[in-house]
Design a binder for this molecule. Structure first.
Ligand SMILES: Cc1ncc(COP(=O)(O)O)c(C=O)c1O
Length: 314
């Protein structure tokens, strides 16, 4: 946002979604100091959707960028990234998409989606505490770096790094591909020579398994009249990732995970830094929601155990 801000002028507008983690809101709001106007794209609190009609009503010829999340880290809903991006581009603006809650679960294809910027944390995709920013080369080339003055404009990606490369983490990140390749070898007998097609197959398998393990959990939560799922109430892999949040009538969210800890079930509560979303849903942001975040290495029997424990304590 700091590099891009040099290309925006006072009066230009940026739209941020209120369903985002603060990581994709705060850095844009900081540009208000340069006279940039920030508008909020609020979710429909009845169906938890970010709606294009609402976005359309916020767009103007001054809109330069729309920042939104690919999947909310609370709701688990997958936003239609390609459709939103196409719409924003039709209004001559760019998109910056937060992929942190999506990237652990599905295959990424920034070129197909045609996004301008896509950001996620490598520790969420089974790697080290390091992050990744994708940007279209033509856009990145124009940006002024935040690094030393003698690092020139054409030094990509170096000019955008706040310091030297962290070699340990950069090299450690290559282990993510090793891991995904191992998953491929474990599950597919034919040997596809193209990395991208191996990754597509692995993530298709991951999506299938995730739908299978999230389904019984969602069915259980729906069957309880004192539980309200905060987000999509369907398990469809096209619609959600297996990050499921809920609140329990007359119970504090903070009580519930603590009762599962002794059984080595790690679920958590709070606003998960998506405080604006929690507040818009009129939920106390300190207590927040209970969140169950599953990934492909969770098993059916773990979910059965979780359901039976939840059944006892709620
Ligand atoms: C959706 C989402 N965006 C951004 C972040 C922030 O990522 P980091 O922890 O790398 O700052 C998180 C962290 O949980 C997240 O869930």
């Amino acid at each position: 946002s700091r590099s891009l801000s040099k290309y925006f002028k006072a009066g230009d507008e940026i739209i941020v979604s209120n369903s985002d983690h603060e990581a994709n809101i705060g850095p844009w709001i900081a540009l208000q100091d340069n006279g940039i106007k920030i508008k909020f794209w609020n979710i429909n609190t009845n169906n938890y959707q970010l709606e294009l009609d609402e976005l359309n009503s916020l767009m103007s010829d001054k809109t330069k960028l729309v920042a939104f999340t690919h999947a909310s880290n609370i709701l688990g809903t997958i936003n239609p990234i390609k459709e939103i991006t196409e719409f924003v581009h039709s209004k001559n603006a760019m998109v910056c998409v937060d992929g942190v809650a999506y990237a652990p679960h599905r295959h990424l294809d920034v070129q197909d989606w045609d996004v301008d910027f896509y950001v996620f944390s490598l520790y969420k995709v089974y790697g080290p505490h390091y992050s990744l920013l994708y940007g279209k080369e033509a856009v990145l080339e124009q940006l002024t770096g935040i690094n030393h003055y003698f690092i020139t404009k054409d030094e990509l990606p170096y000019k955008l790094q706040p310091g030297n490369v962290n070699f340990e983490l950069a090299y450690g990140s290559t282990g993510i591909l090793d891991y995904l390749n191992l998953l491929y070898d474990e599950h597919f007998s034919e040997k596809d020579s193209l990395l991208n097609s191996r990754l597509k197959k692995v993530f298709a398998l991951i999506a299938e398994h995730e739908e299978e393990i999230v389904s019984p959990l969602i069915e259980f939560l729906k069957s309880r009249s004192n539980i309200e799922i905060i987000g999509e109430t369907c398990a469809d892999k096209e619609i959600r990732v297996p990050t499921v949040s809920f609140i329990v009538k007359n119970r504090k969210s903070s009580e519930i995970p603590l009762q599962l800890d002794p059984f080595k079930m790690g679920i958590r509560w709070g606003d998960f830094y998506a405080r604006r979303l929690i507040e818009s849903l009129k939920i106390d942001h300190i207590d927040g929601v209970v969140r169950i975040s599953m990934v492909h290495y969770n098993t059916k029997s773990e979910v059965e155990k979780l359901i039976s424990l939840l059944n006892n304590i709620i």
